[in-house]
Design a protein around this ligand. Structure first.
Ligand code: NAP
Ligand code: NAG
Ligand code: NAG
Length: 326
C-alpha cells in the first residue's frame, strides 16, 4: 500500500495505512485498519461539519464519525468533496462511519437507510456502518422518536437479528467495508455473535474515566470486537477536566487533562472519537501519540469509575432491548 508521511506544525500527518507514523491504527477483525482517533460530529450542522472536517483533515485526522440522526451527512460529504477536489486526500485515505437510525431497524430498512446515508454523503461506500442503538423504534410514522401518549417509545416490529442480517446484506453488497453496532450490552452482543454469519467488527459506546465500562471493553476485546469510545471527554464535563488524579498525571507528562483522558483509552486499546469544532482543541486531542501512561496510572484512572452515564434516550427505559442496567 502506498503511504505518505508529511510534517506539519511539529507532528506527523499520516495516510491511513498500517505503516503510518504517529497516529496509531487499530486492525479490525476483518483485516481493515481504523485510525485510533476520529473526529466526532454530534451537534454540528452541515455548515459547521464541513468547516470542522476540513480543518481536522488538514491537521491530520483521517477518521470521521457521523450518523443519519445527526442531520449533517451532507455537510460531511461536502467537506470530503472539497478535500478530494483540492487533492488534500483521496477517498481511500479517510475512514468514514455512519449509523442506521432506530426507525430503520429490520433487514430491508437497514440497507435502505445506509443507501440514503451514502447518497447524503456523496459516497459509494462507507468504511464502517453501525446499528446506532439496539432499541429499534416503530418505522414509517414520520417521527424519528415515535412515542405513545405516556412518553414511552414504540418499539420496532423487527428483532435485533433481523437488523443485523440487513447489516450483513449491505456489507456483502459492498456498501460498507466493515459493520458493527453501537450502545449494545454484553448479552446483546452475545446474541448477535451466536447468530451472525459476519461478526460485528466494532461496538461504539459511551466511555470515559467516570464510566470505565471495563467489563464491556474486555468482553469486546475477548471476542475480537474493537471498541470505539464516544463522549470520551464526557462532553467537556468540568468535574472530569478538573479531576485531581487526572491533573496530577497531566502535570507529569506536560499534557492537558483532556489529553490524559484520551490517552488512557489508547493505552487500553480503545479507539476514541472526540468532537471539537475548534482547531486548537482538535490539535490538542490528536496530539497524544508521543507519550504513554504507565500501568499504575492506567489503573488509577480506571479506578475513577463512577458508572456515571451521560447519554440515554428518554422513553426507551421500558423498551425490550434497553441496553443499560446501571
Ligand atoms: N453512538 C452513539 O450513540 C453516540 C452518542 C454520542 C456521541 N457519539 C459520537 O461521539 C462523538 C464524541 O462524543 P461527544 O460529542 O458526545 O462528546 P466529547 O467528544 O466527549 O466532547 C465534546 C465537547 O467537548 C469540547 N471539547 C473537545 N475537545 C476539548 C478539549 N480538548 N478541552 C475542552 N473541551 C473540549 C467540545 O467543544 P468544542 O467543539 O467547542 O471544542 C464539545 O463541547 C460525537 O460527536 C459523536 O460523533 C455517538
Ligand atoms: C476476558 O478474557 C479473560 C481471559 O480469558 C477472562 O479472564 C475474562 O473473564 C474475560 N472477560 C470477559 C468480560 O469476557
Ligand atoms: C509543555 O507543553 C507545551 C504545550 O505543548 C509546550 O509549549 C512546552 O514547551 C512544554 N514544556 C516542556 C517543559 O516540555
Amino acid at each position: 500500500m502506498v503511504f505518505m508521511i508529511t510534517c506539519l506544525i511539529g507532528f506527523m500527518l499520516f495516510k491511513a495505512s498500517p505503516r503510518s507514523g504517529i497516529v496509531k491504527l487499530v486492525q479490525l477483525n476483518n483485516g481493515h485498519y481504523i485510525p485510533a482517533i476520529g473526529l466526532g460530529t454530534w451537534t454540528m450542522d452541515d455548515k459547521e461539519a464541513r468547516e470542522a472536517i476540513k480543518m481536522a483533515v488538514k491537521i491530520g485526522y483521517r477518521h470521521v464519525d457521523t450518523a443519519w440522526r445527526y442531520h449533517n451527512e451532507k455537510g460531511v460529504g461536502q467537506a470530503l468533496k472539497d478535500l478530494i477536489l483540492d487533492k488534500v486526500i483521496a477517498r481511500n485515505d479517510i475512514f468514514i462511519t455512519t449509523k442506521v437510525w432506530n426507525t430503520f431497524h429490520g433487514r430491508e430498512l437497514a440497507v435502505q437507510a445506509i443507501k440514503e446515508s451514502l447518497a447524503n454523503l456523496g459516497l459509494d461506500y462507507l468504511d464502517l456502518a453501525l446499528i446506532h442503538w439496539p432499541t429499534g423504534f416503530k418505522a414509517g410514522t414520520d417521527d424519528i422518536y415515535p412515542r405513545k401518549s405516556d412518553g414511552s417509545i414504540m418499539p420496532s416490529d423487527f428483532s435485533l437479528i433481523d437488523t443485523w442480517k440487513g447489516m450483513e446484506d449491505l456489507f456483502r453488497q459492498g456498501l460498507a467495508k466493515s459493520i458493527g453496532v453501537s450502545n449494545f450490552n454484553i448479552k446483546q452482543l452475545q446474541r448477535v455473535l451466536n447468530e451472525a454469519s459476519i461478526k460485528p467488527s466494532v461496538n461504539q459506546f459511551e466511555t470515559h474515566p467516570f464510566l470505565a465500562q471495563q467489563e464491556l471493553v474486555d468482553f469486546c476485546h475477548n471476542n475480537s470486537i474493537a471498541v470505539i469510545a464516544y463522549s470520551p471527554l464526557r462532553q467537556a464535563d468540568k468535574e472530569l477536566l478538573n479531576n485531581p488524579v487526572l491533573k496530577n498525571i497531566a502535570l507529569k507528562y506536560n499534557k492537558t487533562v483532556a489529553q490524559v483522558a484520551l490517552r488512557w483509552q489508547i493505552d487500553r486499546n480503545v479507539i476514541i472519537i472526540a468532537k471539537s469544532s475548534r482547531k486548537e482543541r482538535q490539535m490538542e486531542n490528536i496530539n497524544i501519540f508521543d507519550f504513554k501512561l504507565e500501568d499504575q496510572e492506567i489503573k488509577q484512572i480506571t479506578a475513577l469509575n463512577q458508572n456515571n452515564r451521560l447519554i440515554d434516550i428518554p422513553g426507551i427505559q421500558n423498551h425490550p432491548e434497553y441496553p443499560f442496567d446501571n
